[in-house]
Design a protein around this ligand. Structure first.
Ligand code: DGL
Length: 255
């Protein structure tokens, strides 16, 4: 493994591009290979075994491309497969989990709504995370599969449809003071959600935390890329989604 080797980033589809945006801003010298599994999206309503199998297939492809590390840019795949993937591969694998801890540490007690996929919210991993904080906080779980669908089907510009979905999930969030975005697809709604939720609600996500973790792991091993012009390659199991991927990525990059 060498510093100039690429970093593999994957998600069940297009959501992980929000992590790529953070990664490119924080580590601009790196070569990034992105893979979105839109053909099998959504992962959030599949079984743990199915998501684990898909994740292994994708990381095996990254291994063949000589990656030096992988980011699982998907909370769902992380909870289903991160532990097993780390045992099976010899490069660093960094995952994502709903950023409940940073939210809980900002104010105690507080009302926190965790927006994520069904599979993430029903996993043992999330139950353990909840246990650490629910004695001091009022935490509500809000499964938001519709938001994943709106990103995958290119409906982000349909303001009426987007607002209807966001309002529905806000109504299930029981006056939360914090909303944790526990699915990488939801980052595309962050600005609009902030407007609809009002200034008193803080919206938290785990993207920067994940990239920081990757940075420190690569730094420890002397595997950070040398100063160079980084690059991004986007691939998808549904090739017709590649144009949409670039469109979404650029919409974040321009912010
Ligand atoms: N983007 C994924 C996550 O972070 C899941 C979306 C899906 O259901 O496929 O959880």
């Amino acid at each position: 493994m060498k510093p100039s080797d690429p970093i593999g980033v994957f998600d069940s589809g297009l959501g992980g591009l929000s992590v790529v945006d953070t990664l490119r801003r924080m580590m601009p010298d790196e070569q990034i290979l992105y893979f979105g599994d839109s053909a099998r999206n959504p992962y959030g309503t599949k079984t743990m075994d199915e998501v684990r199998q898909y994740s292994f297939e994708i990381v095996e492809q990254f291994r063949k491309q000589n990656v030096k590390a992988v980011i699982i840019a998907c909370n769902t795949a992380t909870s289903a497969a991160a532990k097993e993937l780390r045992k099976a591969f010899d490069f660093d694998i960094v995952g994502m989990e709903p950023a409940l801890k940073p939210a809980a540490e900002m104010k105690t007690p507080s009302k926190i709504a965790v927006w994520a996929t069904e599979l993430t919210l029903n996993q043992e991993k999330f139950a353990h995370l909840m246990e650490r904080f629910d004695s001091n906080h009022d935490i509500v779980r809000v499964p938001c599969s519709r938001l994943v669908e709106l990103v995958e089907t290119d409906q982000l510009e349909d303001q009426q449809t987007v607002d209807a979905a966001l309002k529905e999930y806000l109504s299930q969030s029981e006056d939360a003071e914090f909303i944790v975005l526990g699915c990488t697809h939801f980052l595309f709604f962050k600005d609009r959600l902030r407007q609809l939720a009002g200034g008193q609600v803080q919206i938290i996500d785990g993207n920067a935390g994940t990239v920081n973790r990757l940075h420190s792991l690569l730094e420890q091993k002397g595997l950070l890329a040398p100063a160079a012009k980084g690059s991004l390659t986007i691939d998808n199991s549904q090739p017709e989604k590649i144009d949409l991927s670039w469109k979404l990525y650029h919409s974040l990059e321009e912010k």
